[in-house]
Design a protein around this ligand. Structure first.
Ligand code: DHE
Length: 532
């Protein structure tokens, strides 16, 4: 139907070949023209182009949002696809379209999205290698090309225009501002000496940047739709967690070449996405959270993986591959866990279940669950922080669905406090040298607020409202913990520098939708107040 009208309205374009004769996919501009002229007759491909392609990719292979293909969607938990299109998805950037698309068009869009792609590109070692581009004009330097404390550099990811600003952590001057791949997600990872940083985008690109030289070194596309990256303790390897394909890519950090691509399948052969990969430095391993099978994988890269201790353990299936430089240990767990927090020793994993409310504690040494966590309301364990409390250590995590921060005793694994907040939050931060923990309420109606919590009384001592009506989120501290940097998460946003003791604003740096901020020292020393 649309083709005929298109032919009549845009006759010249028909012959110029700009309208696809099969009527499946129209160019964005043409689709927009149709949309304005004949909205009631737009087909699902046009609706996809109009409403979904910007975040999910023009070819449905994912970008900022996940890939919209049956391989991904059939594993979708919680509300069904039509409901997500209609009402949006909790704790993500997915808005609802119920006021734009009627029920028939939502149903047609669901069918379209559940139709397999004619061709899904392979993305193995060959394709990754072919994507690798090293900058010809990059020149390594002997020492930093600037005069600042290299350990107090802070990076600000600006998602508004896909850039990173490099800040001098003492003066807050911007030393450089460079372009990143589209839609950076997760924390950039520094080399152990703090000299290089690796940045990943949701569409699988990994960028290497030399902080001393203030220059990009190169880029490689390690996946089609990726989650996050992790750095090995020795700085030699970078692991990339992928949703699409179902794989883990290990890159050599020196030249971004591919060391290994793991195809991820559970013990029963079920393919699985990798929700996230975490670095476990004392164990010289990467730990994988799997989205579709109840297993945790541990990939060893050290010279002496602790396999000898595990190999006779009945919980470990299959012999270690002796020739494999990255032997894998697979641990069965009672439930699918996809958001992890580690204790400082990296023996214990606290894992959150997206399917069932709550969480579990897995002891990595014995490979077994040792406790349940009482954590309703979708805790975001990846944002957890710890601090000393009396003679124990507590861990605090915001919840994605409730206005609550839960505090858990890491000796007994009991919830010792639920701190009521002004809404569901996403990021929580502190520093060894400050008495306060900061938490946003990013996912609720009061997203312009930021709470400051006293770590000993566990009470909110101040609620900041730096720019009423504007979203406030994510905190990072300077190396010494004296200043807290807060994002005004808006396109015409800012990073606000607070005195972390007096809670007074000391500086405001204009930025384009600043999201995460990452201090070299806090990251490479694995500060207890920040994400690892
Ligand atoms: Fe993230 C970190 C997962 C949605 C911004 N996010 C992480 C990490 C994980 C994760 C596993 C830790 C990785 C790391 O740093 O190595 N994020 C998820 C989700 O499962 C979730 C809820 C749904 C999804 O769409 O993937 C999700 N995240 C978001 C967003 O909507 C945010 C707010 C905006 C965006 O850019 O997509 C967002 N996530 C971030 C940021 C970090 C992050 C800025 C790093 C925080 C840090 O300080 O380390």
């Amino acid at each position: 139907m649309i083709r005929h009208i298109g032919f009549i309205d845009l006759g010249g374009l028909w012959f110029s070949g700009k309208v696809n004769i099969l009527g499946r996919v129209l160019g964005t501009a043409i689709a927009a023209t149709f949309w304005m002229q004949i909205p009631a007759k737009a087909g699902p491909a046009e609706d996809y182009t109009e409403h979904c392609a910007e975040c999910h990719g023009p070819g449905r292979l994912g970008a900022q949002g996940p890939a919209m293909i049956p391989e991904t969607l059939k594993r979708m938990r919680g509300p069904n696809l039509a409901e997500v299109i209609r009402a949006g998805r909790t704790a993500t950037q997915m808005p609802g379209y119920g006021d734009v698309l009627d029920e028939a068009r939502i149903a047609a869009l669901v069918t379209f999205l559940k139709t397999p792609l004619a061709v899904v590109p392979d993305w193995g070692k060959a394709e990754i290698t072919a994507s690798r581009v090293m900058d010809a004009d990059y020149h390594a330097v002997e020492a930093p090309a600037w005069d600042a404390d290299p350990m107090n550099i802070t990076l600000v990811v600006e998602t508004g225009d896909h850039h990173v600003s490099v800040l001098d952590g003492d003066t807050f001057d911007v030393l450089d501002r460079f372009a990143t791949p589209f839609a950076v997600h997760g924390g950039p990872k520094f080399s152990p000496d703090g000299r290089y940083v690796f940045i990943m985008s949701r569409d699988g690109w990994v960028q290497k940047y030399d902080i001393w030289a203030l220059q990009q070194v190169g880029r490689v596309r390690a996946g089609i739709n990726s989650r996050n990256i992790a750095m090995s303790r020795d700085g030699k390897w970078l692991a990339v967690a992928n949703y699409l394909p179902n794989s883990l890519t290990i890159l050599s950090t020196g030249d971004l070449t591919v060391a290994k691509v793991f195809e991820i399948k559970g013990k029963d052969g079920t393919p699985s996405r990798v929700s996230a990969v975490y670095q476990a430095p004392p164990r010289e391993s990467f730990v994988l959270a799997l989205k579709d099978v109840p297993e945790i994988w541990e990939v060893f890269y050290g010279a002496n993986p602790p396999y000898q201790g595990f190999v006779h353990d009945h919980r470990i299936e299959g012999p270690p591959e002796i020739d494999n430089p990255f032997p894998v240990r697979r641990i069965s767990v009672p439930d699918i866990l996809d958001d992890f927090f580690f204790d400082q020793s990296y023996e214990y994993i606290m894992g959150a279940s997206r399917a069932n409310d709550g969480g579990q504690v897995i002891d990595l040494v014995i490979g077994q669950k040792i406790a349940d966590l009482d954590l309703p309301g979708m805790p975001h364990l990846g944002s957890g922080i710890t601090w000393k409390y009396g003679d124990t250590t507590v861990m605090a995590t915001p919840h994605l669905k409730d206005g609550v921060v839960s505090v858990i005793d890491m000796t007994t694994w009991q919830t010792v406090k639920r701190i009521r907040t002004d809404g569901p939050g996403f990021f929580m931060r502190s520093h060894e040298n400050t008495p306060y923990a900061w938490v946003d309420v990013f996912f609720g109606p009061n997203k312009d607020k930021m709470h400051v919590i006293d770590k000993q009384t566990m009470k909110i001592v101040r609620t900041l409202d730096p720019e009423p009506g504007k979203t406030v989120a994510h905190v990072e501290f300077t190396r010494d913990g004296k200043y807290a940097l807060v994002s005004i998460w808006e396109d015409d946003g800012a990073v606000i520098v607070y005195n972390a003791q007096t809670l007074e604003e000391v500086k405001r740096l204009p930025m384009r939708k600043p999201s995460g901020k990452y201090n070299v020292w806090n990251k490479i020393t694995f500060s207890e107040g920040t994400s690892h």
